[in-house]
Design a protein around this ligand. Structure first.
Ligand code: MOS
Length: 752
């Protein structure tokens, strides 16, 4: 179990710049309404009953005692809920984080799975009644971990025969490894982790006639809408999903959840609105998580410091009912220029809910393994780890040979070195000490993450009272999307940021493509900008026509509002639709159908990635081996920086996540019982403010205009890629001990 440290380092950060968050005031005053804050007249409360076994079936459910409790209105089980459809699996043409939907049968697929849902007049009655539902099971043997003797890895390329899941092969890596002058062969392990957003998942369902309104924090309102319609057998037009603000998504909220239809069904049968708020423990078992993985990385290089070949093999946990694919080598194949590469992924079935996307889902684990091996190779070659990386950079994609739309790995490394003071590092492990005797280590690692885009439709409407309404498909989960949209629209219209109302996360406002994969900004800003520019053009043409002269000579065209007022029209409106480079027009059908439609990193003419270099100092207390991270310097290339304040905040958050991943976070499994043991925030240890020292963030800031008109790439996930290996590489520099398993625990360093 990880140990909580209480460092006294001051929390400092580089100065902030840019517009304030448009939702900041609401947030700090507690005025933001989250789904669980919602209260409808006559609203009922629901509570889930979790399975106590990891695999098998329900032989008997007795709800008598639960129903006797005052205020209990119903206990829904597979025996009485009636038939309802599945919402399918996101990675299999459907909408859900998994294909398994509890209460459709007596089957138990994982510990913590819902076996019943109680509905009552009050939350207290619902929760107490849930504890009184008596369930008898027929338990059968199960597999809890990757290492279980009967957990067989499946080759992903064979199990999922689609190009994106295939082995990634360039040249002849096996032969190149055999003939390389220097090789490393290393294995790494990473645990399951849970996203643990501050806001837990909650659902409020309300029917008005045959119209269903669902309020739920989701990154994918359109997917929830279409998935629910399928499950309930109603038209998508009869469902509205509202998710205007999330208190963190991190991938856990990127698809249809298994409980949402249960809440809608309960509300329909009882004729009253129903609210379900999961408990934190239930979040560990009823939503997705980062799967455990193990990695083997083999590298070959010449004595001259040139990397020649790499083989990266990944085993990743999946569920028994779904194959959740791994894309780890999508990034590690693009980190360095090498003529020979093999990336191979295997999936291991375990009896859990289907794992899913957790911030940098594959990229963080893959980079931990690969960048640790790169650090070891630099050490064996006697090269400086920054110089070694610079010498092996590439300006063409090693897999496809296409150019990158932009790539600034070298600038991230060089600028980061300068800001960090890397030149003062003494190369040998254990050669730097602090005045209190602590071992000091300086480590570096790279992160890259695909630059993706999804289709989006934006409308911008300007009213004569000066208010502007921007509607687009996207979700505000704290990352700052609303701010980036408002700033972009305000600048284009010459309007104050405060005049802009941003409508996102509402299926009535615009089709709401899933906001994930760091494609949010690159997806929403180009159509918002184009719609605003069209609105300006329209007003300028109108002004020119009515005055019979060019607008610039005769009217005030400094702002959209002055032109609108001069025209006498009550409002002006414009629309724009954008899709990723190379996407066909039909992709809008997937968008409006609630299906994922993002593209990247490969486009017809180029390959696109965001990049980051992290420089980390660790200090290791000599007797207790307590590890602290007093300072981090991170230099990112995300193309143009759309919103400096929220961008900086994204990177700081990503670094904190990396510190958590390296030193704290693990979802513990007891192989005898399955499920996750430390299912609360006391035992699932995340970094606290006292664990965080100085985080200095800088951006390359060069627009990638090959990628889109604004030149913006993604940032939310690349921010955490490479933080963990930079920390572990710093620990190696401090101690001479190479660590292969995350999180790093104090006992790993005893004797070092
Ligand atoms: Mo993110 S982990 O792609 O929602």
């Amino acid at each position: 179990m990880a140990t909580r440290t209480t460092t006294r380092t001051t929390t400092r950060s580089t100065p902030r710049a840019g517009a304030e968050r448009v939702d900041a005031r609401e947030k700090v005053r507690g005025a933001t309404r989250y789904a669980a804050d919602d209260a409808r007249p006559r609203m009922l409360h629901a509570a889930l009953v979790p399975s106590r076994i990891a695999r098998g079936s329900i032989t008997r459910i007795d709800s008598t005692a639960a129903l006797r409790l005052r205020g209990v209105r119903a206990v829904l089980t597979h025996e009485n809920i009636g038939a309802f459809d599945t919402g399918g699996f996101l990675m299999g043409g459907g909408f859900g984080f998994q294909s398994f939907y509890p209460l459709r049968s007596a089957q138990i697929a994982y510990r913590g799975q819902s076996v019943a849902m109680v509905v009552a007049d009050t939350l207290e009655a619902a929760r107490e009644a849930a504890s009184l539902v008596a369930v008898t099971y027929n338990a059968i043997p199960f597999v809890a971990t990757l290492d279980a003797p009967d957990a067989e890895p499946l080759l992903q390329s064979a199990a999922l025969p689609q190009p994106m899941f295939a082995d990634r092969r360039v040249g002849d890596p096996e032969t190149a490894l055999k003939t390389a002058e220097v090789t490393v062969d290393m294995r790494f392990e990473l645990p399951a982790q849970h996203q643990n957003p501050m806001e837990i998942i909650a659902t409020v369902a309300e029917w008005q006639g045959d119209m269903l309104t669902v309020r739920e924090p989701t990154q994918n309102a359109e997917g929830v809408r279409h998935g629910l319609a399928k499950q309930l057998g109603i038209a998508p037009a009869k469902v509205r999903v509202l998710s205007p603000t999330l208190g963190g998504g991190f991938g856990q909220k990127n698809s249809l959840q298994s409980h949402t239809a249960l809440v809608a069904l309960a509300s329909r049968s009882l004729g009253q609105p129903v609210k379900l708020v999961m408990s934190r423990a239930q979040l560990f078992h009823n939503a997705s998580f980062r799967p455990a993985s193990r990695h083997r990385v083999r590298l070959g290089a010449g004595r001259d410091g040139k990397l020649l070949a790499a083989v990266h093999e990944i085993d990743q946990q999946t569920s028994r009912h779904d194959l959740f694919p791994s894309l780890g080598t999508e990034v590690t194949s693009r980190l360095y220029g090498m003529g020979h590469f093999l990336g191979r992924e295997r999936l291991v079935r375990t009896d859990v809910q289907t794992p899913g996307y957790m911030r940098a889902p594959f990229e963080h684990p893959a980079a931990f393994a690969f960048e640790s091996a790169i650090d070891q190779m630099a050490h064996e070659l006697g090269r400086d780890p920054v110089a070694f990386r610079l010498a092996n950079d590439t300006m063409a994609d090693p897999l496809t040979g296409k150019p990158f739309s932009s790539r600034h790995v070298a600038e991230c490394l060089v600028r980061g070195s300068e800001l960090f003071g890397w030149a003062r590092r003494s190369a040998a492990p254990r050669s730097m000490k602090a005045s209190d005797g602590s071992l000091v280590g300086w480590g570096v690692a790279l992160g890259i993450y695909k630059a993706a885009m999804a289709p989006a439709i934006a409308t911008v409407r300007l009213n004569a009272d000066g208010t502007v309404r921007v509607a687009v498909g996207g979700h505000e989960m704290g990352q700052g999307m609303r701010t980036a949209i408002a700033v972009t629209a305000a600048r284009a219209l010459g309007a104050p940021v405060a005049a802009i109302e941003v409508l996102v996360g509402d299926t009535d406002a615009a089709p709401q493509h899933v906001t994930a994969g760091s494609w949010g900004t690159a997806t929403v800003l180009p159509p918002v900008l184009e719609a605003a520019q069209r609105l300006m053009d329209d007003l300028q043409r109108n002004a020119a026509a009515t005055t019979g002269a060019t607008a610039t000579e005769n009217g005030d065209t400094s702002t959209a509002l002055s032109m609108l007022r001069a025209s006498g029209r009550p409002f002006a409106q414009a629309e724009s639709r954008k899709r990723a480079p190379g996407q066909p027009e039909q992709v809008f059908g997937r968008l409006t159908g609630g299906l994922p439609a993002a593209a990247g990193p490969e486009y017809p003419d180029f390959v696109s990635f965001s990049t980051i270099a992290h420089f980390v100092e660790v200090r290791i207390e000599p007797t207790t081996r307590r590890i602290r991270v007093p300072r981090v310097v991170s230099v990112a290339d995300c193309g143009a920086v759309a919103s400096p304040r929220t961008a900086r905040s994204q990177v700081e958050g990503g670094v904190v996540w990396g510190i958590g991943a390296a030193l704290r976070e693990v979802s513990e499994v007891d192989a005898r019982y399955g499920g996750f043991l430390n299912a609360d925030l006391a035992e699932y240890v995340v970094p606290v403010a006292a664990d965080i020292g100085r985080i200095e963030v800088d951006f390359v800031g060069k627009p990638d205009t090959r990628f889109n008109a604004l030149g913006v790439k993604g940032l939310g996930e690349v921010a955490m890629v490479g933080v963990a290996p930079a920390i572990v590489n710093a620990v190696f520099h401090a101690t001479g001990k190479r660590l292969h398993r995350l999180p790093v625990l104090l006992e790993d360093l005893l004797g070092a």
